[in-house]
Design a protein around this ligand. Structure first.
Ligand code: ADP
Ligand code: ASP
Ligand code: MG
Length: 443
C-alpha cells in the first residue's frame, strides 16, 4: 500500500483534480489523502473570524463567494448533468451548514467544524469525479479514524485500529480517498491537525497501515536547500535523512508540516516529496540514508519569542533549570532553543498563549527579559563534531548579522541561530551565498 497526499494547489482547480486522477490511476493499491482546494482553508479562517465578530452579513457574503467558486468547479469538473446535479446538491448541504453558523453563538467548536469543510468538499468532489470516470474507489471518512488525544497528540493505536476496520469494510477495493488535516479530538469533536496538517495525516495513515511509501505531492520539485519564497537560485535536494527532514520541517520549511516526519521515521517508511506540475522530476527522498559531512539546507521559523532569565544567585544551583522547565511544562509550551551562561539562561518559545502566566512565574527566579519578533534560522546537514571547522562557513556567512542566540551540538544535524526577524532575509541570502556553491556544500 502506498499513501499519496495532494496539497491545496495540486487539487486547486477542476483541471488540477483531473491531473491528480490521471496520476493515481495506475492500479497500485493506495490511499489518497487530499487537502482542501487552495484558498479554501484561508477563506474558511476568514469566515470564522467574521463570525466571531458577529458580522453576520459579511460572513454570508464570504460564504456565498466561496459557494460560487465551487459551483464553477462543478461546471468544469463533470460532463454529465447527473453528476453536476449530485455535486451541486453536495455543495448546497455544505454551504447551508456554513450559513447556519450565522444564526447562533460562535465558539472554537464551531470554528473547527467550519475549518473542516474544505477537505470534506475536495474529497467528495474528487470521489464524484472518479465515479463519473467509471473508476472504483471508496471515500474513507477521516473523522472515523483520525484522532488526537487530550494533549493534541495523535492516538496512533486508535488510528491504526479504526483505519483497519474502515479498510476491511471494502474487500477488493484498491483505491481509497480520504481527507487530510481533519480529525476528532479527545472529546470526539471535530478538530484538525493545525495548518498544513494534511502532510501529517498522510504520514500518520502511512504509519497506521505500514505503508511501503508515503508520497507528498505538492507544487514544487521537492525540499529545496533554502526557502524559495525568499531566496533566488535554490535547488531541490535529492536525499534527506529522516532527522534532517524533521529539523527542516520543524524549523520552518513550509513544504512539510512540522510534525509530519516523525510517524514515517518511527516505521521507517520512505517519504517522497514530488511535484504535481512536473511529475517526472526526481523530487526528494527522505529515508534513513545520510550523506556524511554535507550541509543540506537552511530554513527559518518566525514568530519566536526569546526569554532570558538572569539569576546570579541560583543559576548554577542544582535543580534550577528543572524549575525553569517545569514552568513551561505546566503551560504545555514547548521550548525550541536554549543557551546558558554563568548568570543567565535564554530560551525560545513559539507559542505565546500562556506567555503572561509563564513570565509571572519566571520572575520569581530572577530578572526576566523578553524579545519578540525573533526568527530561528536553522542550518541542517551532517555536522560532525569530531571534524574541526564544522560550521565555519555558517558563521562566516552570518558575520554581519547580530546573533541573539546560537545552538550547536544539540544534534549532529542542526546549527541554529536566533536573529531579529528584520534580519531574516539577509541571513537566508548570506547563508545561500556562503554555503551553497552550486549544488555541493560541505560542513
Ligand atoms: P501544499 O499545499 O501542497 O501542502 P505548501 O504550500 O504547504 O503546499 O508547501 C509547498 C510550498 O512550500 C512551496 O510552494 C514553497 O513555496 C514552500 N517552501 C518553503 N520552504 C521550502 C523549501 N525549503 N523547499 C521547498 N518548498 C519550500
Ligand atoms: N487545508 C489545510 C491548510 O490549508 C491543511 C493542508 O493543506 O495541509 O492548512
Ligand atoms: Mg502544505
Amino acid at each position: 500500500m502506498k499513501i499519496l497526499k495532494f496539497g491545496g494547489t495540486s487539487v486547486g482547480s477542476a483541471e488540477r483534480m483531473k491531473a491528480v486522477a490521471s496520476l493515481i490511476l495506475n492500479g497500485e493499491p493506495k490511499i489518497v489523502v487530499l487537502s482542501a482546494m487552495s484558498g479554501t482553508t484561508n477563506a474558511l479562517v476568514q469566515i470564522a473570524e467574521t463570525l466571531y465578530q458577529n458580522k453576520h452579513d459579511e460572513a454570508k457574503a464570504l460564504i456565498q463567494a466561496l459557494h460560487d467558486k465551487y459551483k464553477q468547479v462543478v461546471e468544469e469538473l463533470y460532463t454529465s448533468d447527473e453528476k453536476k446535479k449530485q455535486a451541486n446538491e453536495l455543495l448546497k448541504q455544505h454551504f447551508e451548514y456554513l450559513n447556519a453558523f450565522t444564526l447562533d453563538l460562535f465558539t472554537i467548536h464551531e470554528e473547527r467544524a467550519v475549518l473542516a469543510q474544505g477537505e470534506l468538499l475536495s474529497t467528495a468532489l474528487f470521489q464524484f469525479y472518479l465515479e463519473e470516470q467509471g473508476e472504483k474507489s471508496v471515500l474513507l471518512p477521516a473523522l472515523n479514524f483520525m484522532k488526537v488525544d487530550e494533549n493534541e497528540e495523535p492516538d496512533s493505536a486508535y488510528i491504526a485500529q479504526q483505519l483497519q476496520k474502515e479498510l476491511e469494510k471494502h474487500p477488493g477495493v484498491e483505491l481509497f480517498i480520504t481527507q487530510g488535516y481533519i480529525c476528532r479530538n479527545a472529546f470526539g469533536e471535530i478538530d484538525n491537525l493545525k495548518r498544513g496538517g494534511s502532510d501529517y495525516s498522510a504520514s500518520l495513515i502511512g504509519a497506521a497501515v505500514d505503508a511501503q511509501e508515503i508520497q507528498i505531492w505538492t507544487d514544487i520539485d521537492g525540499m529545496h536547500n533554502n526557502d524559495p519564497r525568499i531566496v533566488k537560485n535554490t535547488h531541490p535536494i535529492a536525499e534527506l535523512s529522516f532527522d534532517e527532514a524533521a529539523e527542516l520541517a520543524y524549523f520552518g520549511a513550509k513544504i512539510l508540516h512540522p510534525s509530519s516526519v516523525k510517524p514515517a521515521k518511527q516505521k521507517n517508511i520512505p517519504v517522497k516529496l514530488l511535484n504535481t506540475m512536473q511529475p517526472e522530476a526526481k523530487g526528494t527522498t527522505i529515508s534513513t540514508k545520510t550523506e556524511s559531512g554535507k550541509i543540506k539546507a537552511v530554513a527559518a521559523k518566525d514568530g519566536i519569542i526569546a526569554i532570558k532569565i538572569k539569576s546570579g544567585r541560583m543559576l548554577l544551583a542544582y535543580g534550577f533549570l528543572r524549575s525553569v522547565f517545569e514552568v513551561f511544562e505546566r503551560y504545555k509550551t514547548p521550548i525550541d532553543m536554549i543557551t546558558t551562561s554563568e548568570v543567565a539562561v535564554s530560551l525560545t518559545i513559539d507559542n505565546a498563549k500562556h506567555l503572561n502566566e509563564i513570565l509571572a512565574e519566571l520572575k520569581e527566579f530572577g530578572q526576566v527579559e523578553v524579545d519578540q519578533d525573533q526568527t530561528i534560522v536553522c542550518v541542517v546537514g551532517d555536522f560532525i563534531a569530531e571534524r574541526s571547522g564544522s560550521g565555519l562557513a555558517v558563521f562566516q556567512s552570518l558575520q554581519n548579522i547580530p546573533l541573539r542566540m546560537i545552538s550547536y551540538g544539540g544534534s549532529k544535524n542542526n546549527i541554529s541561530v536566533l536573529v531579529n526577524t528584520s534580519d531574516k532575509i539577509e541571513a537566508l541570502t548570506k547563508l545561500n551565498d556562503g554555503i551553497f556553491n552550486g549544488n555541493e556544500a560541505h560542513a
